[in-house]
Design a protein around this ligand. Structure first.
Ligand code: PLP
Length: 366
């Protein structure tokens, strides 16, 4: 099957559904949803679709959440051939369940797949997998303020083979984890550590793909950030241009209202960033994607030309950056109103409290 065109009308997959006989009861579920944290608790079911070079995508299943049996020679365990996505399901006031721009996540999963030499899951199948999981686990979408069900699609090389080449047996999975408000007690500005010794990605590398290896490479610099009292790391490229944080994009607001975000082939292009920039454009802001050097950032803050800096991504939505710290300096960052006002507009759309002018929402439970 070479069904790579997301605009092709594909027949839906026929999922086999196996119910989890040990599913949490309503009281147990409500107890978890009352205080879900992030990424710690999982719903009762998961999606699993197999791919092989001969059979294409096959055996689509919804089954009880649980361990995946892997041969110890499975290629992912040795060579890291893996990609993932992150997307949320939101409960609206009328009880309906929606997700946000899933076509974008589906296409990005395809781009990541291409870079990691994995098969491209058709976007229709990707979106169908979200619906299939919500059909059985919809009651896990919390209804509290700023709460959501975090959906984690992922794909990896399952073939038992130690030779180095793209695997011929792959699994696509979808798991889901209820998520509480990311910031308990309001959005707080974060302190960012400037990593001078480590890069996240290089020219021609995998920086633009959502792949586990990029995250593995960010863990040591992230520990350095913690040791220096910082929350997150910002990475530079070889020419000392600003790239992004370990898992969030960076946006600068200038005095004249212009919004600038770093452009680079080794940045992961966030859907939150794209949406925030669109909302800013709708408000009349000029938006630029271009190189931003560390020097421009520091000079802009010092001169007052830069009036706000924030990070954005699906998990935390929008987070103001309160300080930039390195071994040599600490630059306090100006705090403005725009980041939080764009955050509110975006979350209002996601939770159905404001008109969805761009048609970004997709209902999952109908
Ligand atoms: C996922 C991710 C982002 C944010 O992307 P969103 O689509 O906004 O969630 C930014 N940077 C990296 C490295 C990421 O993995």
């Amino acid at each position: 099957m070479t069904l790579l065109d997301p605009d092709t009308d594909l027949a839906p997959l026929e999922f086999a559904v196996t119910r989890n006989l040990a599913a949490k009861n309503a009281a147990e579920r409500e107890e978890i949803l009352a205080n879900p944290g992030f990424g710690q608790k999982f719903t009762d079911h998961m999606v699993d679709i197999c791919w092989s070079i001969r059979g294409g995508w096959h055996r689509p299943r919804v089954q009880p959440y649980g361990p995946i049996a892997l041969d110890p020679a499975a290629a992912v365990l040795h060579y890291g051939q893996e990609i993932f996505e992150g997307i949320k399901a939101y409960r609206h006031a009328d009880g309906s369940v929606h997700t946000f721009r899933p076509d974008q996540n589906g296409r990005r999963l395809q781009r990541s797949a291409r870079r990691l030499a994995l098969p491209e899951l058709p976007v229709q199948y990707f979106i169908q997998s979200l619906r299939e999981l919500i059909a059985v686990d919809g009651s896990w979408v919390p209804s509290g303020d700023d709460q959501s069900l975090y959906l984690r699609p992922f794909m990896f090389a399952k073939e038992a083979f130690l030779g180095v080449r793209p695997a011929q047996k792959v699994g696509y999975y979808l798991i889901a984890s209820p998520a509480g408000a990311y910031f308990s007690g309001g959005v707080k500005p974060v302190t960012i550590w400037l990593s001078e010794d480590y890069a996240r990605a290089g020219k021609g590398g995998t920086g633009a793909a959502k792949t586990g290896g990029n995250y593995a490479a960010s863990l040591l610099p992230q520990s350095e950030a913690y040791e220096n009292g910082c929350d997150q790391v910002v990475f530079l490229d070889a020419d000392r241009n600003v790239e992004e944080l370990g898992g969030m994009n960076v946006v600068f607001v200038y005095k004249d209202g212009t919004i600038v975000t770093p452009q680079s082939p080794s940045i992961l292009e966030g859907i939150t960033r794209d949406s925030i920039l669109q909302l800013a454009k709708d408000r009349g802001h000029k938006v630029e994607a271009r190189e931003v050097s560390l020097q421009e950032w520091r000079d802009g803050v010092a001169s007052g030309d830069i009036v706000e800096v924030f990070a954005c991504g699906t998990a935390a939505v929008v987070t103001p950056i309160g300080a930039l710290k390195s071994a040599e300096f600490i630059d306090e960052q100006p705090i403005g109103e725009l980041a939080l006002s764009l955050r509110e507009e975006l979350t209002d759309i996601q939770y159905g409290r404001r008109e969805d002018k761009h048609g970004w929402l997709v209902r999952l439970d109908a």
